[in-house]
Write a protein that binds this ligand. Structure first.
Ligand SMILES: *[C@@H]1O[C@H](CO)[C@@H](O)[C@H](O)[C@H]1NC(C)=O
Ligand SMILES: *[C@@H]1O[C@H](CO)[C@@H](O)[C@H](O)[C@H]1NC(C)=O
Ligand SMILES: *[C@@H]1O[C@H](CO)[C@@H](O)[C@H](O)[C@H]1NC(C)=O
Ligand SMILES: *[C@@H]1O[C@H](CO)[C@@H](O)[C@H](O)[C@H]1NC(C)=O
Ligand SMILES: *[C@@H]1O[C@H](CO)[C@@H](O)[C@H](O)[C@H]1NC(C)=O
Ligand SMILES: *[C@@H]1O[C@H](CO)[C@@H](O)[C@H](O)[C@H]1NC(C)=O
Ligand SMILES: *[C@@H]1O[C@H](CO)[C@@H](O)[C@H](O)[C@H]1NC(C)=O
Ligand SMILES: *[C@@H]1O[C@H](CO)[C@@H](O)[C@H](O)[C@H]1NC(C)=O
Ligand SMILES: *[C@@H]1O[C@H](CO)[C@@H](O)[C@H](O)[C@H]1NC(C)=O
Ligand SMILES: *[C@@H]1O[C@H](CO)[C@@H](O)[C@H](O)[C@H]1NC(C)=O
Length: 877
C-alpha cells in the first residue's frame, strides 16, 4: 500500500478530528448507515418469494447496492432514497427492515402480488414523500405509524385487501395531496379529521364498506379535485359545503344510501363560473328525492352526469324541465336518469343535446309522448335506452342515420307501427330490445345487414307473417333471439341451424306449424330452447341430443307425435324438460333428465308408458325382438372396447407386483369448495397479461400459460378455455368439479378453476394445474430438431417407470376413484413429466370426460357414446 503525502495528512487530520470530535457517533453512522441500508435491502429481497423477471439477480455482492435494479441513492451520502420495483410480478411480503432505509423518499411497489401486512416500521421513514403499493394483495390494516411520516404527499393503497378503519391520524399529514384507498375492505366512517388536509386534491375510497355520513369537514378541502366514495354504505345527505369547492372536477357518490334532495343551487353556491371544472358527477344508486335543479346547464365541462336509480322526480308533467338546460352542456357524453320517478313528455330539446352524446339512458320512468324524430341529430349515439316508459307512436325511421348506434332498447313502452327497415342501415347494431310494445308487421329483411347483432328481443308484440330467414341466418347472434308471444305463422325455417352461437332461442306462443327441422341440432350453443304454445307437428328431432349444453327445453302445447327420442337422456345438463300436451307415445326413457320426475312434465300425452316409477305411467308391453338385435351389436362393440382395457389393467397388475414400492396410495377425494379462489385479475397478473412469452402450448380448445399465483408458491400452468361456444360454459364447471374430486400422484393436480368475467366482461374460464418442469413425454420421445437445444433421451428404467406411472393413473381413473373416468385421449403429448421425471396424465375432461354412476360397470360404459378410446393410442408415428 502506498500513501501519497496528501492523503497521509488527510488521514492524520481526520484521526485527530475524530479523536476530539463530539460528533464521533454521527460520522460513524454514515458508514454503518450504509451497512444498515444494504442489510435492509437484502432482507427486503429475502421477503420476495418469486421474481419472474429476475430483477434481484443484480442485487449481489459484486455490485454496490446503489446500482442494484430499482435503487437510487443520494449522490453524496450514498444512502437509498428510492425503491422502485413496480409491475415486476413480485410475490412475497414487505420486510419490516424497509423501515431502516431512513433516507427513503419514494417507495413504488405498485402492480405486484405482495401480500401480508404493510409493516408499521414504515413510521420511521420521516423523509418519505410517496408511497405506492396499489394493486397488490396486502392485508391487515392501514398502519397507524405511516401517519408519522410527515413528508408524505401521496399514499396509494388502492386495490389491496386492507381492512379496518381509515386512521383518524391521516388528517395530520400536512402535505398529503393524494390519498387512494379504493378497492379494499375498509370499514367505519370517513374521519372528519381528513378535512384538515388542506393540500388534498384526490380522495378516492370507492369499493369499500364505509358507512356513516360524509363529514361536513370535507367541505374545507379547498384544493380538492376529485372526490370518489362510490359503492360503499354511506348514508345521510351530501354536505352542502362540498359543493362550495371550486376546484372540483369529479364527484362520485354512486351506489350508497345517501338521501335528501338536490338543492336548487347545488353546484352554484358561489355566483357564476365556479363549477366550470366539473366533468363527472355520479349520484346514481342512492335515495335522492325531489326535482333536479334547472340550472345544470352551467356545468360547462360536464362529460358524465348520472342520476340513475334514485327517487328523483315526482311523477308530474314538469319533471323533465331540467333537460332543456342540459342543451348548454356542450361536452356531455353520458347522461342517465334511469329508474327514477320522472313523468311528463320527453321535450324535443333532447335532440339539441351535445352531438358528442354517446349514451343516453332514461329507462324505468313514466315518460310519455313520442320519441322525437329529431334525435337523429345525435349522430354519435352508441347506446339509447328508453325502456319501461309510456312512449307512444312509431320508432322513428330517422334512427337509420345514427350510424354509430350499437344498442337500442325501447322495450315495454306503447310503441306501434312497423319496425323501420332503416335499421338495416345500422351496421354497428349489436343489441335491439323491443319487447312489450304494439309493433306489427314483420321484421324487416334489411336486418340481414346488421352483422354484429348478438341479442334480438322482440317478444310480446303483434308481429305476424313467416319467421324471416334473415333473422335466423344471423350467425352473430350469441345471447338471445326472443320472438315469443307474437303471431308468427308458417314453418320454422331450416336456417335456424345457422344460429350456432345463440344461447337462448325463444319462439314460444306463436302460431308456428309444420315439423321442427332436424337442423336445429346445429344450434350448438343453445342452453335454453322454448318452442311451446305453437302448432308444431311430427316427431321430436333426435338431433336435439347434439345440443350438449342444453338446460331448458320446452316443447309443450304443440301437436308433436311419435316416440320421445332416447338420445334426449344423453343431454348432460338438461334440468327442465316439458313435453306436456302433445301426442307423444311409447316408452319414456329412464336416464338423464328422465330420472327426475320434478324436472319433467309429460302430462297430456295419453299414449306414453314406462319411465321411472315416480311418473306413475303404465308399464310398457314387453320389448320386441328387433331391439335384441341392436343390443347384440352394442355388446360386440363393448367387448371390442373393453378387452384391451382389461388387458392393460392386467399388465399393470403384473408390473406392479414386480415393482411394488413405487406406487403410493391415492389421497382422499378433495372437494371443490376447498380449492383456492382465484380471480381473473390473479391470473392476468400471474401470467403477465397472458403474454406470449408465457404461452407453453395451445390447441383448438385452449391455450396454456405458465404463471404464478399469489396464493401458490410454485409455478402453475393456466389452461384458458377458448369459449367461442357459449354452450360449453356449464360443462366446464362440471368438468372442473370432477377433476377437483380426484387426486393421484400420477395425475396432473388441478390446483383450482376460475370462472369469471375478463376485463371486457366476456365469460372467462380457466383450469389451473401444477406446472410440470419437464414438459410432455411427446417431446422426449420425438424431440423436434429445431427448437430443442439439446437432445433429450430416456433410458430404459425411465421408460419403464413412466409406463408404470401412466398405468397407475389409468388404474386409478378406471377402478379406484369412485366414478370411473375414461380418459379417451391418452397419448404421449398428454403425459407430462415433473422435475423428478415422474409422469402425470393430463388433458382429460376437456373434451371427453365421462363420469358414470358408480353402480354401472366399465362394460356398460362402453355401450354409451364414447368418441375417444378407452386404452392407450399413440398418434400414427
Ligand atoms: C451480480 O450482478 C451483476 C449485474 O447484474 C451480474 O452481471 C453478475 O453476474 C451478478 N453476479 C452474481 C454472482 O450473480
Ligand atoms: C400500474 O398501475 C397503474 C395504476 O394503478 C397504471 O397506470 C400503470 O400502467 C401500471 N403499470 C404497470 C407496469 O402495469
Ligand atoms: C432494522 O430493522 C429490523 C427490523 O425492523 C431490526 O430488527 C434491526 O435491528 C434494525 N436495525 C439495523 C441496524 O439493521
Ligand atoms: C395491476 O398490475 C398488473 C400487473 O402489473 C397490471 O397489468 C394491471 O394493469 C394493474 N392493474 C391496475 C388496475 O393498475
Ligand atoms: C394476511 O395474509 C397472510 C398471508 O398472505 C395471512 O397469513 C394472514 O393471516 C393475513 N392476515 C389477515 C389479518 O388477514
Ligand atoms: C409505531 O409507533 C409507535 C409510536 O406511535 C412506536 O412506539 C412504535 O415503536 C412504532 N412501531 C414500529 C414497529 O415502528
Ligand atoms: C383536525 O380535525 C379535527 C376534527 O375535524 C379537529 O378536532 C382537529 O383540531 C384538527 N387538527 C388540526 C391539527 O387541525
Ligand atoms: C359556501 O361559500 C359561501 C361563500 O364563501 C358561504 O357563504 C356559504 O356559507 C358556503 N356554504 C356552505 C354550505 O359552506
Ligand atoms: C304516476 O302517476 C299516474 C297518474 O298520473 C299513476 O297512474 C301512476 O301509478 C303513478 N306512478 C307512480 C310510480 O307513482
Ligand atoms: C343510411 O345512412 C346514410 C348515412 O350513411 C344516410 O344518408 C341515409 O339517410 C340512411 N338511410 C336511412 C333510411 O336512414
Amino acid at each position: 500500500m502506498k500513501f501519497s503525502k496528501r492523503s497521509f495528512y488527510t488521514f492524520v487530520c481526520l484521526q485527530v478530528f475524530l479523536f476530539f470530535s463530539i460528533n464521533l457517533g454521527c460520522l460513524q453512522a454514515g458508514a454503518s448507515g450504509r451497512e444498515t441500508d444494504e442489510l435492509a435491502l437484502l432482507k427486503f429481497k429475502q421477503g420476495i418469494t418469486s421474481d419472474p423477471h429476475g430483477i434481484f439477480n443484480s442485487w449481489n455482492d459484486s455490485l454496490h447496492f446503489c446500482h442494484w435494479t430499482g435503487i437510487t441513492c443520494g449522490r453524496s451520502h450514498q444512502r437509498v432514497t428510492s425503491l422502485v420495483l413496480e409491475g415486476q410480478n413480485l410475490f412475497g411480503s414487505v420486510s419490516p427492515y424497509i423501515g431502516n432505509l431512513s433516507f427513503l423518499r419514494l417507495i413504488n411497489l405498485q402492480n405486484n402480488s405482495l401480500r401480508g401486512e404493510i409493516p408499521q416500521q414504515l413510521g420511521k421513514l420521516f423523509r418519505l414523500q410517496k408511497f405506492f403499493v396499489n394493486n397488490n394483495s396486502l392485508n391487515g390494516t392501514i398502519p397507524l405509524n405511516l401517519t408519522r411520516c410527515f413528508q408524505l404527499n401521496t399514499i396509494y393503497l388502492q386495490r389491496n385487501n386492507l381492512a379496518g378503519k381509515i386512521p383518524e391520524e391521516l388528517g395530520s399529514l400536512p402535505k398529503l395531496e393524494k390519498l387512494g384507498l379504493c378497492n379494499n375492505h375498509l370499514t367505519g366512517e370517513i374521519p372528519p379529521s381528513l378535512g384538515n388536509l388542506s393540500s388534498l386534491t384526490t380522495f378516492s375510497a370507492t369499493f369499500n364498506d364505509l358507512e356513516g355520513s360524509i363529514p361536513n369537514e370535507m367541505g374545507r378541502l379547498k384544493s380538492l379535485n376529485s372526490f370518489a366514495v362510490g359503492v360503499n354504505r354511506l348514508s345521510g345527505i351530501i354536505p352542502p359545503s362540498l359543493f362550495n369547492i371550486t376546484s372540483l372536477s369529479s364527484l362520485v357518490f354512486a351506489a350508497n344510501q345517501l338521501s335528501g334532495s338536490l338543492p336548487d343551487n347545488i353546484f352554484f353556491t358561489l355566483p357564476n363560473l365556479q363549477a366550470f371544472l366539473l366533468q363527472r358527477v355520479d349520484m346514481g344508486g342512492n335515495k335522492f328525492v325531489g326535482q333536479v335543479p334547472t340550472n345544470l346547464g352551467n356545468l360547462q365541462s360536464i362529460l358524465r352526469l348520472k342520476f340513475e336509480f334514485n327517487n328523483l322526480g315526482s311523477n308530474s308533467s314538469n319533471d323533465l324541465l331540467f333537460l332543456t338546460s342540459l342543451t348548454n352542456c356542450s361536452n356531455l357524453q353520458i347522461f342517465s336518469i334511469t329508474r327514477n320517478n320522472f313523468a311528463g313528455v320527453l321535450p324535443d330539446s333532447v335532440a339539441n343535446f351535445s352531438t358528442g352524446l354517446i349514451r343516453l339512458y332514461m329507462g324505468g320512468n313514466e315518460i310519455t309522448g313520442i320519441i322525437p324524430a329529431a334525435m337523429e341529430n345525435l349522430v354519435n349515439l352508441i347506446d339509447l335506452q328508453l325502456e319501461e316508459n309510456l312512449f307512444t307512436g312509431f320508432i322513428p325511421s330517422q334512427f337509420g342515420k345514427l350510424q354509430k348506434l350499437q344498442s337500442l332498447i325501447l322495450s315495454y313502452n306503447q310503441l306501434s307501427g312497423q319496425i323501420p327497415s332503416s335499421i338495416g342501415n345500422l351496421t354497428q347494431f349489436s343489441r335491439v330490445l323491443l319487447s312489450g310494445n304494439k309493433l306489427e308487421g314483420s321484421i324487416p329483411s334489411s336486418i340481414r345487414n346488421c352483422q354484429h347483432l348478438y341479442a334480438v328481443q322482440i317478444a310480446e308484440n303483434r308481429l305476424s307473417g313467416e319467421l324471416p330467414e334473415e333473422v335466423l341466418g344471423l350467425t352473430s347472434l350469441s345471447k338471445v333471439l326472443n320472438l315469443a308471444f307474437n303471431s308468427f305463422t308458417g314453418h320454422l325455417p331450416t336456417e335456424v341451424g345457422k344460429l350456432k352461437n345463440v344461447n337462448t332461442l325463444d319462439i314460444s306462443e306463436n302460431n308456428l306449424s309444420g315439423e321442427i327441422p332436424e337442423t336445429i341440432g346445429g344450434c350448438l350453443s343453445l342452453e335454453y330452447l322454448y318452442m311451446q304454445g305453437n302448432f308444431f307437428q311430427g316427431t321430436i328431432p333426435s338431433s336435439l341430443a347434439s345440443l350438449k349444453g342444453l338446460q331448458y327445453l320446452d316443447l309443450s302445447r304443440n301437436n308433436l307425435s311419435g316416440q320421445i327420442p332416447k338420445d334426449l337422456q344423453e343431454i348432460p345438463y338438461l334440468q327442465y324438460l316439458n313435453l306436456s300436451f302433445n301426442d307423444l307415445e311409447g316408452e319414456v326413457p329412464e336416464r338423464g333428465v328422465f330420472t327426475n320426475a320434478s324436472a319433467l312434465s309429460l302430462i297430456g300425452n295419453n299414449k306414453l308408458c314406462g319411465g321411472v316409477p315416480e311418473l306413475g305411467l303404465p308399464k310398457c308391453p314387453t320389448k320386441l325382438l328387433k331391439k335384441v338385435k341392436s343390443h347384440t351389436l352394442k355388446l360386440v362393440v363393448a367387448i371390442a372396447c373393453v378387452v384391451p382395457t382389461l388387458l392393460s389393467i392386467l399388465i399393470f397388475f403384473l408390473i406392479r407386483r414386480m415393482r411394488k414400492s413405487r406406487t403410493k396410495p391415492s389421497v382422499a377425494p378433495l372437494e371443490m369448495n376447498h380449492l383456492l379462489k382465484v380471480s381473473y385479475k390473479d391470473l392476468y397478473q400471474g401470467t403477465d397479461g397472458f403474454s406470449c412469452s408465457n404461452l407453453i402450448g395451445s390447441g383448438g380448445f385452449s391455450s396454456v400459460y405458465k404463471g404464478f399465483l399469489p396464493q401458490v408458491q410454485t409455478p402453475v400452468a393456466v389452461k384458458v378455455l377458448n369459449l367461442e361456444q357459449t354452450g360449453a360454459i356449464k360443462s366446464f364447471m362440471a368438468e372442473c368439479n370432477s377433476l377437483g374430486s380426484i387426486r393421484h400422484r400420477n395425475l396432473v393436480k388441478l390446483v383450482t378453476c376460475c370462472s369469471s368475467l375478463d376485463y371486457k366482461t366476456n365469460a372467462f374460464k380457466a383450469l389451473i394445474f401444477e406446472y410440470m418442469g419437464n414438459g410432455s413425454l411427446e417431446k422426449w420421445l420425438h424431440p423436434c430438431a429445431e427448437g430443442e437445444d439439446q437432445k433429450r433421451s430416456l433410458n430404459l428404467l425411465q421408460r419403464l417407470n413412466i409406463a408404470i406411472d401412466v398405468a397407475s393413473a389409468l388404474h386409478y381413473l378406471h377402478d379406484l376413484c369412485g366414478k370411473p373416468i375414461i380418459h379417451c385421449d391418452l397419448k404421449p403429448s398428454n403425459v407430462l413429466l415433473d422435475d423428478d421425471m415422474v409422469a402425470h396424465v393430463s388433458d382429460f375432461g376437456l373434451a371427453k370426460l365421462f363420469s358414470i354412476n358408480s353402480n354401472l360397470s366399465l362394460s356398460q360404459i362402453s355401450t354409451t357414446r364414447i368418441n375417444g378410446t378407452v386404452g392407450y393410442v399413440a398418434p400414427g408415428n
